[in-house]
Design a binder for this molecule. Structure first.
Ligand SMILES: Nc1ncnc2c1ncn2[C@@H]1O[C@H](COP(=O)(O)OP(=O)(O)OP(=O)(O)O)[C@@H](O)[C@H]1O
Ligand SMILES: [Mg+2]
Length: 367
């Protein structure tokens, strides 16, 4: 059960030097526009995943006048994670004292879920966002998934490189096809098994959050190649098209989760607030499944919880998040907008040391 015990951030956006000790369950970060609330969440996300959720570029992330951003966290169980992102050299990530080549180990000890304005991508974006969502879950509950996923990605990259050549040896293509099929079937099996476990948890969470649409809403896993067909045959069938496009048109890299309300994509029917409730249900269900499956809680970064939500939905989502026993970081401009006063009963089960409010002002944070 990993929670952040102390966090320090230096040189990230307007956070020149911030040190703070979050509470173990609920942390409310409030402050004016531009004060640095989202930047704090961004720092945690960057440390845990290697990526910002606001920018794919490093440049805008590091404080204008500086060359390096540093984020350091000490977890409740004593683990220490440190990250240096620099304009001048390659980043450095350390877990305990060990330099990490990638984020795999850090992601395992510090799983994070983000609920912010980009979370709508899960419904309105292309399959990539939903695949990422699915693979996050599979990665955490099935450790052998990442190896199969890497194998499939490698085969696809090599196959695509071959397809782009004017002439190639078809025996070579067939060799990549065979390897791809083996890896892809493993990836698909892990994803399908995960979906079987995920769906009942999701429906339970969604029912608690939104009674109105629970009957009509369906989530269907699409593995990325035709149902009932073997991938080997599909790769042969689509080979001409693959050559024309110079890339593989069918396979696990095309997997998706169809989110439908009766026969329509849910995003075409649901209101903005209803979409937010659905996205929250998806993300809360993943956290619930994770703690049930491997006994580990993930950290929730919730940026601007009140936006789009009426007071009732806000309170229900808050209650659902709190029921996870996870460490939450929730931002808002004004405390009143969270309905903290009117939902005091929600916080009653938390003891004083389990929750904290922090005021964020001009890149500084005070308890
Ligand atoms: N590279 C940078 N260097 C210095 N300052 C930056 C950099 N990038 C962004 N900023 C500033 O950092 C501040 C932090 O913005 P942030 O998005 O964290 O605010 P916020 O508290 O979440 O505000 P809001 O309530 O509007 O969402 C902003 O004032 C922004 O102009
Ligand atoms: Mg913000």
């Amino acid at each position: 059960m990993n929670r952040i015990q102390s966090l320090s951030v230096t040189g990230l956006r307007n956070l020149s030097e911030v040190v703070f000790s979050p509470a173990s369950r609920l942390n409310i970060l409030y402050g004016e526009n531009g004060s640095g609330k989202t930047s704090l969440l961004e720092a945690i996300h960057l440390l845990a995943t290697g990526r910002s959720f606001r920018s794919t570029k490093l440049d805008p992330l590091i404080t204008e006048s500086l060359d390096d951003s540093l984020v350091f966290a000490k977890l409740e169980d004593g683990l220490r994670i440190g990250l240096n992102k620099s304009r001048r050299r390659r980043h450095q990530l350390r877990l305990q004292e060990e330099t990490q080549r990638n984020w795999e180990s850090v992601a395992r000890v510090l799983p994070v879920q983000l609920i912010d304005s980009t979370a709508f991508q899960l419904l309105e974006g292309g399959p990539k966002a939903r695949r990422k969502f699915l693979d996050w879950g599979v990665f955490h509950v099935e450790h052998s998934f990442v190896g199969a996923w890497r194998d499939a990605s490698k085969c696809l990259a090599n196959r695509n490189a071959l397809l782009k050549q004017a002439r190639f040896d078809s025996a070579q293509l067939e060799a990549w096809d065979r390897e791809l099929v083996t890896a892809a079937e493993q990836v698909d099996r892990h994803r399908a098994e995960y979906m079987d476990r995920f769906l009942p948890v999701f429906h339970e969470v969604y029912q608690q959050l939104d009674g109105a649409h629970r009957e009509e809403l369906s989530l269907t896993y699409d593995r990325g190649w035709a149902a009932g067909a073997g991938l080997a045959e599909e790769l042969v069938r689509t080979r001409d098209a693959d050559r024309r496009y110079g890339s593989t048109q069918t396979g696990p890299h095309r997997a998706d989760i169809q989110v439908r309300l009766t026969r329509h994509p849910a995003v075409e029917i649901l209101s903005r607030g209803q979409q937010k409730v659905l996205v929250c249900a998806l993300k809360i269900a993943q956290g619930r499944l994770l703690s049930g499956a491997i006994g580990s809680n993930c950290l929730y970064l919730v940026d601007d919880l009140p936006s789009e939500l009426d007071p009732e939905n806000r309170a229900r989502i808050f209650a659902s998040l709190l029921s996870l026993n996870a460490q939450l970081f929730v931002t808002c401009v004004e405390l009143e907008s969270l309905g903290v006063a009117s939902t005091e009963a929600l916080f009653a089960p938390l003891s004083a040391h389990e929750m904290a409010q922090f005021h964020v002002e001009h890149g500084r944070i005070t308890a």
